[in-house]
Design a protein around this ligand. Structure first.
Ligand SMILES: Nc1ncnc2c1ncn2[C@@H]1O[C@H](COP(=O)(O)OP(=O)(O)O)[C@@H](O)[C@H]1O
Ligand SMILES: O=C(O)C(=O)C[C@H](O)[C@H](O)COP(=O)(O)O
Length: 316
């Protein structure tokens, strides 16, 4: 297995209006784990998503959707409870607002025994996130179990902190990051979105340092249009510019496309730097599509963008 993603895929209901007013929603399939798995599979890597979906129509549709995007669905099982969902609308300032319908969902009941059924010891790269760890205590335990098992077997663990205030407190999320960091080959905090609540800093260098101090072997601090600060991994810290998107239709899932693509490229043998560069190109393409999986970069598109990329704004 090149990449194994553990997390909760979700039915997504999106509207171009505030959630307090919207009455017509478009159905799509998203959730950080699914967004990342689909982006990773598009690179040509062998990618599995490990999860429990509900025993309902949306569970069936999520499995069919993942399969249609080339994801290995053998470890997408049906569990108890319903399939998770969220509604996303634009609040009056243009920011996205999420309303979750996922509490008690099938995926939130995942535990170490569920992930232990997957071939952790034969996984090159495991991708897990703070969203998954925030779903429940058993999910937090499942994430740690999977990370330690993959790390112990010689695989690499990528952790995307993805802080969600509606799911967990900052202290709990910071503790989850500290617990998993020693098992990680790479963490991908966004700055300031994750770094401010979890590490108390909006500074990219300090964010990188804090993650390395907690035991991560490398850090890719993502900074939206300002690109990525890559640190650790035995090399000098390096600023990698963002790839300018042709259009920004919707920001949902750019960070997930980045993490999924980086995980896949690492599994396929790329250097950390080249994997991160490919991630910035995949994220730029993701911005052109509606929802987390509306637009997914092909390897050819990634190579073309990297070949012609003029550096985006890189803050000092
Ligand atoms: N406006 C943008 N222009 C170009 N690239 C972007 C933009 N927003 C995000 N990206 C790319 O997506 C990556 C992740 O985005 P970021 O906003 O930092 O994380 P998240 O989506 O997890 O909050 C960035 O490092 C960058 O490569
Ligand atoms: O919040 C969650 O639980 C989700 O999984 C919903 C979203 O699909 C992703 O979180 C989007 O992630 P970004 O890449 O940060 O835009």
């Amino acid at each position: 297995m090149d990449v194994m993603v553990v997390g909760e895929p979700l039915a997504e209901f999106s509207a171009p209006a505030p959630l307090t007013e919207a009455d017509t929603f478009r159905l799509s399939f998203s959730g950080d784990a699914l967004n990342a798995a689909v982006a990773a599979a598009a690179t040509g890597a062998h990618v599995a998503l490990v999860t429990l979906v509900g025993d309902d129509e949306f569970g069936e549709r999520l499995i069919a959707f993942a399969a249609s995007r080339g994801v290995d669905t053998r470890w997408m099982r049906k569990g108890h409870g319903s399939t998770g969902a969220y509604a996303v609308g634009a609040d009056p300032s243009g920011e996205r607002a999420f309303a979750y319908m996922r509490s008690g969902s099938a995926a939130s009941r995942m535990g170490p025994a569920d992930v232990a059924r997957a071939p952790l010891a034969e996984t090159a790269v495991l991708l897990v996130s703070g969203v998954t760890a925030a779903l429940s205590e058993s999910c937090a335990a499942a994430v740690l179990h999977a990370a330690r098992a993959v790390d112990a077997a010689g695989g690499r663990v990528v952790y995307d902190p993805n802080y969600r205030a509606r799911l967990t407190g900052a202290e709990e999320a910071a503790a989850a990051l500290a617990a998993i960091a020693p098992a990680t080959a790479l963490v991908t905090p966004s700055c300031p979105g994750d770094s401010l609540p979890l590490l108390g800093t909006g500074d990219p260098e300090e964010t990188a340092r804090a993650c390395l101090e907690r035991g991560a072997r490398a850090v890719a601090v993502t900074r939206g249009a300002h690109g990525v600060l890559l640190a650790g991994g035995g090399a000098e810290p390096e600023r990698i510019p963002a790839v300018p998107p042709a259009a920004i239709v919707d920001q949902t899932g750019a960070g997930d496309a980045f993490a999924g693509t980086v995980a896949a490229r690492l599994a396929l043998g790329a250097s950390l730097r080249d994997a991160v560069r490919a991630g910035t190109a995949a994220a730029a393409v993701n911005l052109e599509g509606q929802g987390g999986t509306g637009r997914v970069a092909t390897p050819r598109e990634i190579e073309r963008l990297l070949a012609v990329a003029t550096p985006g704004p890189v803050a000092p």
